[in-house]
Design a protein around this ligand. Sequence first.
Ligand code: 6CS
Ligand code: FE
Length: 295
Amino acid sequence: MTTITDLYPSRGPVEVAVPRKDPVVWSAPGAAGPIATDRLEAFERDGFLTVEQLIGEDEVAGYRRELERLITDPAIRADERSVVEPRSEEIRSVFEVHRISEVFANLVRDERVVGRARQILGSDVYVHQSRINVKPGFGAGGFYWHSDFETWHAEDGLPNMRTVSVSIALTENHDTNGGLMIMPGSHRTFLGCAGATPEDNYKKSLQMQDAGTPSDEALTELASRHGIRLFTGRPGSATWFDCNCMHGSGDNITPFPRSNVFIVFNSVENTAVEPFAAPVRRPEFIGARDFAPVR
Ligand code: 6CS
Ligand code: FE
C-alpha cells in the first residue's frame, strides 16, 4: 500500500498557508486546443478565464428548460442529489446532472467544454462533480469564501491541484443577483483551514459551509493582496476557474434568478484516493469514483 504524501495539509488545529506546489496549466506550451496561448497565460496568472458566449443563447434556452424540468420533478426533489435553500426550501442545487440528464451529459462531452478542460489539465479528464445551481430570486443564499480544492482534497481525496471548474450561466448574471466572485491570483496560495471535518459534513456544508472556511484575517490578507473580481455575463457565458481559487458569491435578493451549470473536470492522472482530512468519503454523487475519461 503506497502512502500518498499530503502536499496540502488542512483541517488541523490551526490555519496554515503554503505556496501552491502544482502547475496551473498542465499542457505543454503551444499544445493544441481551443484556448489561445495568451488566454492560457492569463489563466495561469489569474486562475480564471472567461468565454463571452461559450454556448449560443438559443442553446442555453434548452439547458434552462432542462433545469426547470429537473427542479419541478418531485422524484428529483426527493432525491439526495437535491439540496434545498435553508429558508425557502426551494431547490438550491441538484448534483450529478451529467448522469441523471442526457442533456447535461451532452454538454459535458461537447468539445467546446471538455476540449478546454483537457487543454488546461494536459490529459484526459473525468467529471469529479457536476451540479446546477438555481439561486432563485428573493433571498437565495450565497456561498461563503472558500477554495474548492481545499474541500476536494480534504474530503474527496484529490491529491494534486489538477482540477478545473466551469460555470456556465443559464440566466443573466447581473452585478446584483449574487454572481461569482474570485480573488485573482489567489490560486497560488493554499490555505489549510483550522477545524476538523465533522461526520456527514456534506449534509450541512452544501447549504452553508463551515469546515474549510478561511479566517477573517486570512481572507483580509488575500483580498488586500489580490483584489476581488465579480463575474457578470449573458446566458451562455462561461467562467473557467482553477480548483484553488478563493471564491464565493453573495445572496440573491433580486427577483432575477442567477442559475448556472457547474462542471468540475479532474485529470485522470489525479484520481481520488482516500480523504486527506475527513473521517469518511463523501457520497459519489458529490465526489465521483468513476474515473472513466469523458469521451
Ligand atoms: O463541497 C463542494 O464540493 C461544493 N461546494 C462549494 C461551495 N463549491 C464547490 C462544490 O460545488
Ligand atoms: Fe465553490
